[in-house]
Design a protein around this ligand. Structure first.
Ligand code: ZN
Length: 268
């Protein structure tokens, strides 16, 4: 029995004795099946060809991504706080070197995800760190590919994880798409960790909002305004997107507002 990983989205599935026929995540119109058709791999197979890059992004914030790039290539973020560490989003590969490096940083008290595309082998990660609870918005429940008792299906608009760390549901890309607000981030001015709930643009001065990024299906005005309004009560100066270099370094709250205005104008 193996927990197969879809090679296109990088999501690990429930145990089966043969590779599954379908990846519902990739068959959905927010994702896609790769050019070579539906392919599967596994953690032991990945360990032979890949390793993880673990690098400090800012004080108390560590990025974890896979080298060479695998599947959609997101990098996770480990936020360190005096009350425990939160892993934001996850990747497919876990190996001994990664477990040791993350333990040296204080381990993982909780895992939280922006949405079902950036979750990799998160149950495997939870098990490696004392079955850390996995915070997953209840509205995205049908997209859990490997059910486990570690899941905490939170409901409503916000979920406090610990001092200064709050999940905010924004919706849009997925009904339960959320961001993590880190009050101590950006040297105390506040930061949002967004995955692709807000996708940092290549110029790092704007963000975008899509129903499907790979298939280029935009969101409507109401959905975009919903995202902006959801984070309005929170102070933040920086946005960490879901990929290594996609960071809005300063003035991120204004960047979000001008991005929403530009976007709505483009679709109107
Ligand atoms: Zn996505």
């Amino acid at each position: 029995m193996t927990n197969y990983i879809c090679a296109t989205c990088g999501v690990q599935h429930a145990e089966t004795d043969a590779p599954p026929e379908h990846c519902p995540i990739c068959e959905d119109d927010r994702q896609y099946i790769g050019y070579k058709g539906q392919r599967w791999t596994s953690i032991p197979e990945l360990q032979r060809e890949y390793h993880n890059r673990i690098e400090e992004v800012a004080p108390n914030l560590t990025g974890i991504g896979t080298v060479p790039g695998f599947a959609i290539g997101q990098r996770a973020l480990l936020v360190r706080t005096p009350n425990g560490n939160v892993l934001w989003d996850c990747i497919s590969l876990l190996d001994v070197a990664t477990v040791e490096a993350v333990r040296a940083l204080g381990g993982i008290s909780a895992i939280a995800v922006s949405h079902p595309h950036t979750v990799g082998s998160l149950v495997e990660w939870s098990h490696a760190f004392d079955h850390a609870p996995i915070y997953w918005h209840a509205d995205n429940r049908e997209w859990v590919m490997r059910p486990d008792s570690a899941f905490v299906f939170w409901e409503g608009e916000t979920q406090r994880l610990m001092d200064g760390l709050t999940l905010i549901r924004c919706g849009g890309h997925f009904p339960g798409s959320d961001v993590l607000h880190w009050a101590q981030g950006a040297e105390g001015r506040g930061a949002l960790l967004t995955g692709d709930t807000m996708q940092v643009a290549q110029d790092r001065r704007y963000v975008g909002f899509m129903y499907s990024y790979p298939n280029m299906i935009p969101l409507n005005q109401r959905a975009v305004e919903g995202i902006v309004n959801a984070v309005e009560p929170y102070a933040f100066d920086r946005i960490y997107g879901g990929w290594w270099d996609l960071i809005v370094q300063n003035d991120a709250k204004s960047a979000l507002k001008r991005s929403a205005e530009r976007y709505i104008k483009a679709i109107s």
